[in-house]
Write a protein that binds this ligand. Structure first.
Ligand code: HEC
Ligand code: HEC
Length: 390
């Protein structure tokens, strides 16, 4: 009898425990278990980063958004894609392998490493990619929009490998792979209302994240806010920085270096009509030429807040210092072999630009270029890797 009572009691308490446990687990069951497992507190669905509400200074007017307005949900999906090594066939390389936040989303290596070796050109910084008149992307402008650019590295044999050729997996294989992952099912539902991932959705999301990467807290911006025009001296600049700004902005016929003709302030984006700038070499091949690189990333954030270069410069990464860049424009190499040199850099039928800058003026130009760097973009958690196990 007593034994029976004990077993009944045990049974009841067991049932209570199970019931309580179930209740507890249904209470604390995360709404987005996949997202929680992969990202923990790095990505909180109830409190997503405010990509869509970021403010832009009133003197900034260029914008290539073209209808793909940033939303916090879609840009968050873009952020995860940007940092996910699963976007490469061997799960080793993400966009962030070659576009590194600490280097203004560029790379300090001359050529970046993909799944099948080195890229043929230097990686580009991705700062303020949204704020340009030029809509075409890559050094040679071969991608007609940022959206179309974003899935090209995925389909590149060297970079991420989903070429769909010669036995390689295709982009469709990648979409199926991603759609089977719980955090993408949840992120796609948040972003688009269902779990489908297509190439177009990848492009929309990646482009939104890249456009959200903005940097407007530089010394230049602090000065620009206090004046009406780039041509006025900035009250917060040293004499040298103002002299560098004068050289940057002023036509060559009037004693300047006229960088502003092609890298147009206040966005410092590339003039969409620019041809090449005379830097026509190929990394690692002294005999080859590469003539059609007519795009530059914004000249903002060439250096980090400590003044160190965020990586070698130009499409070939052959320029290892700002001085080497200034020396290049000071004396553009002869036009031989370069029918595509921009008219601004020619002089007469055969000649090329010779600025004859003094050493002090070269240093002034460099001092001005350094004022174009911000601080926050390098450490802003909203642009950082959200994976718990990166
Ligand atoms: C293996 C290195 C590597 C990987 C991986 C990589 N990139 Fe790039 N990225 C580059 C290089 C190199 C260039 C310049 C290539 C050229 O112009 O020929 C570039 C250029 C770009 C540009 C053009 C910027 C401009 O101003 O024109 C964007 C945008 C970009 N990458 C975004 C991405 C995204 C998004 C991903 C991931 C889907 C990605 N990249 C993956 C190396 C890489
Ligand atoms: C005729 C147009 C033109 C003029 C004028 C011009 N640039 Fe450029 N600049 C370009 C182009 C195009 C590129 C990309 C070239 C390449 O990589 O092949 C570039 C690239 C650069 C880069 C490298 C950017 C990077 O991300 O690697 C720097 C720095 C630069 N220019 C600074 C200057 C300065 C300083 C001046 C004035 C002394 C100047 N530019 C004048 C067209 C111009």
């Amino acid at each position: 009898m007593q034994k029976r009572l004990i077993s009944i009691c045990l049974l009841i308490s067991f049932a209570v425990i199970v019931a309580c446990k179930q209740e507890a687990s249904s209470d604390s069951k995360p709404a987005y278990p996949g997202i929680e497992r992969a990202f923990g507190t790095n990505l909180n669905v109830a409190n997503l980063p405010d990509y869509e509400g970021q403010s832009v200074p009133n003197y900034i007017s260029k914008d290539n958004t073209d209808g793909n307005e940033i939303s916090n949900e879609v840009a968050s999906l873009g952020r995860v894609l940007f940092y996910d090594r699963k976007l490469s066939v061997n799960n080793q390389i993400s966009c962030s392998s070659c576009h590194i936040q600490a280097y203004a989303f560029g790379d300090t290596a001359q050529l970046s490493t993909g799944i099948n070796g080195k890229t043929s050109r230097h990686s580009m910084r991705l700062i303020n990619a949204r704020f340009s008149t030029e809509r075409s992307f890559f050094w040679d402008e071969r991608a007609p929009s940022l959206e179309e650019q974003t899935t090209q590295p995925i389909q590149d044999h060297i970079e991420m490998g989903y070429t769909g050729e010669d036995g390689d997996s295709s982009l469709n294989d990648l979409l199926l792979k991603l759609m089977a992952i719980d955090y993408y099912q949840e992120l796609a539902r948040l972003a688009f209302g269902d779990e489908l991932l297509t190439e177009a959705r990848l492009q929309i999301a990646l482009a939104q994240f890249v456009r959200s990467i903005q940097s407007f807290d530089s010394k230049y911006d602090a000065g620009r806010q206090q004046v009406n025009s780039d041509l006025e001296d900035f009250p917060n600049f040293s004499t040298e920085e103002n002299q560098g700004k004068f050289l940057y902005m002023t036509a060559t016929g009037s004693g300047g270096a006229f960088c502003s003709g092609c890298h147009i302030p206040p966005e410092f984006d590339i003039n969409q009509f620019s041809r090449n700038n005379g830097a026509i070499g190929v990394a690692g091949d002294p005999d080859a030429v590469d003539l059609f690189n007519t795009r530059s990333p914004s000249l903002r954030d060439l250096v980090n807040p400590q003044g160190e270069l965020n990586g070698p410069l130009m499409h070939n990464g052959n320029f290892k210092t700002l001085l080497s860049v200034v020396n290049h424009y000071n004396s553009i190499p002869s036009e031989n072999q370069n029918p595509y040199l921009d008219g601004h850099l020619r002089r007469g039928p055969q000649g090329t630009q010779q600025l004859n800058l003094s050493e002090a003026n070269k240093q002034a130009l460099i001092a001005f270029l350094k004022t174009l760097s911000g601080n926050e973009v390098y450490v802003n958690p909203d642009y950082s890797n959200p994976f718990i196990n990166p």
